[in-house]
Design a protein around this ligand. Structure first.
Ligand SMILES: [Zn+2]
Length: 220
């Protein structure tokens, strides 16, 4: 049992007994500040896998990271000061992480949107294409400051720009916490989203996704 995991667990559940073994592994396979946890179904053995970047980070913040993973694993939502520290740290990362990945098509889209809606003021995040996913058209990952866009959208610049804009708004507004809830699409976020030039874009996006799904059903 790794001492950090023990500390993290005991602070979350002081009266629970530790009935599992767990270790931390630093992995070079992860980019940025990613981390996850692997565990057996019977919950007796955990492996917390942290990107190499975590190695130099202070124990206080690492405990926060572990606690947020443990909370997810045990489906609890217990708040601690360490998790707060971890979240504060995450919000600072975009300013210190070097930009690693950048796809030219996505960079063009980013620059267009940045000029048009942000006065060119947004610092460029990592920009990558994901798979041909129509369930998730785009994501913004706070931990490694990365926008990922579904490869499906290479076919339509307007839709690509719109999803890019949405994800850039996530970078701009991050998230708000209120009690135990986390808000990603705040009122302010939605107001900004409405500024997108093409007012029919939501409809177009839905049609596009519908067609892609049909194609997949018939031609896969
Ligand atoms: Zn969103």
């Amino acid at each position: 049992m790794h001492y950090l995991i023990k500390k993290a667990f005991k602070e979350l559940y002081p009266s629970k007994e530790i009935t599992f073994d767990a270790k931390i592994k630093y992995s070079k396979a992860f980019k940025g500040y990613n981390a996850n946890v692997k565990y057996a179904r019977n919950m007796t053995n955990f492996e917390f896998r942290l990107s190499y970047s975590w190695k130099e980070i202070s124990d206080e913040i690492k405990i926060g990271l572990l606690q947020s993973l443990i909370n997810k694993m045990f489906r609890t939502n217990i708040e601690t000061i360490n998790q707060e520290l971890y979240e504060i740290y995450l919000k600072k990362i975009p300013k210190v992480t070097p930009k690693l990945e950048c796809n030219p098509l996505l960079e063009e889209s980013f620059i267009r949107i940045n000029e048009k809606y942000f006065n060119g003021m947004m610092i460029q995040p990592n920009l990558v294409f994901g798979g041909k996913n129509f369930h998730t058209l785009g994501t913004y990952n706070y931990a490694n400051d990365q926008i990922m866009i579904s490869s499906l959208l290479t076919k339509d610049q307007n839709l690509l720009d719109y999803v890019m804009y949405h994800e850039m708004l996530h970078k701009k507004f991050q998230y708000k916490k209120s009690g135990k809830k986390t808000f990603h699409h705040t009122k302010e976020f939605k107001e900004w989203e409405k500024r997108y030039e093409d007012k029919d874009v939501e409809k177009k996006l839905q049609n596009f996704v519908r067609k892609e799904k049909l194609k997949k059903t018939f031609f896969w």
